[in-house]
Unconditional design. Structure first.
Length: 250
């Protein structure tokens, strides 16, 4: 095989492998369990959190989802929205430090919600909506560790917490950022000034639309990156070809 053909094949292989890496990274980014909206105001009342669970297995379905709520900074007044095909089991825990509210002192809070009975198949996702009465005002974020069980027995553990200034862990837990009261938090209803019922009917669709838009933008960006890599590979191949022809003519 001539040096020119060898160079072309190598350049094409590098471009293909790099593009495949970009696309693989895009797929991995969308496989995480996430919470929406991503931000709420500290101490927000009467809102809704949506836990989005995608299925990342090719040959198995998701059959069980366990979301663990923090008890050191508890979420008060948790209610689970009925989900067709799924049964929710709510576990409460006695708080080490009771929380004083306008309605009295709270000594217990929800520590775990488990959904079973349904199936999330390959290429699909499921949204699980949870209404709350009040978010804590003494922390900057809430981490919701999640276990995702598949029909083949495998369990995806979304329990790793990202450290400040470090890269996102391989199996990150869904994180809700809590902003200062009255801060601008976006157009997804995260200021939480309405009732829980109105949030369920109006905020949830908006959240889904915002999330989809964000995912589409990310996908487009990754696709463009892959195309740029391919073009650079072809340009390198063309340069090698021209250089080879010049050497031969000399």
């Amino acid at each position: 095989m001539s040096p020119i053909r060898t160079t072309l094949r190598r350049a094409g292989l590098v471009a293909a492998l790099t593009t495949a890496g970009v696309l693989t990274a895009a797929g991995a980014a969308f496989a995480h369990v996430t919470v929406h909206p991503e931000t709420y105001a500290k101490g927000a009342t009467d809102g809704v959190l949506t836990f989005r669970v995608p299925n990342e297995e090719d040959t198995a379905s998701t059959t069980k989802v366990q979301v663990f709520l923090p008890t050191d900074h508890p979420v008060l007044g948790v209610l689970v929205t009925p989900q067709e095909g799924w049964t929710a089991q709510v576990t409460t825990t006695k708080l080490k430090t009771p929380v004083k509210t306008d309605d009295g002192t709270i000594t217990e809070a929800v520590s775990e919600i488990t959904w079973t009975g349904g199936r999330i198949r390959h290429g699909q996702y499921q949204d699980f909506n949870v209404a709350f009465g009040q978010l804590p005002d003494d922390t900057d974020q809430l981490s919701f560790k999640t276990l995702q069980t598949y029909s083949d027995g495998n369990v995806a553990r979304w329990i790793e917490e990202a450290k400040k200034g470090a890269e996102e862990p391989e199996n990150p837990a869904p994180v809700l950022t809590l902003t200062a009261k009255g801060a601008e938090t976006g157009s997804d209803g995260s200021s939480a000034s309405g009732s829980a019922s109105s949030s369920s009917s109006s905020s949830a669709p908006a959240v889904a639309a915002d999330s989809t838009s964000s995912s589409d933008s990310t996908a487009r960006g990754l696709g463009i990156a892959g195309l740029v890599v391919g073009v650079l590979g072809l340009a390198a191949a063309g340069y090698a070809l021209a250089r080879g022809r010049s050497a031969r003519s000399e």
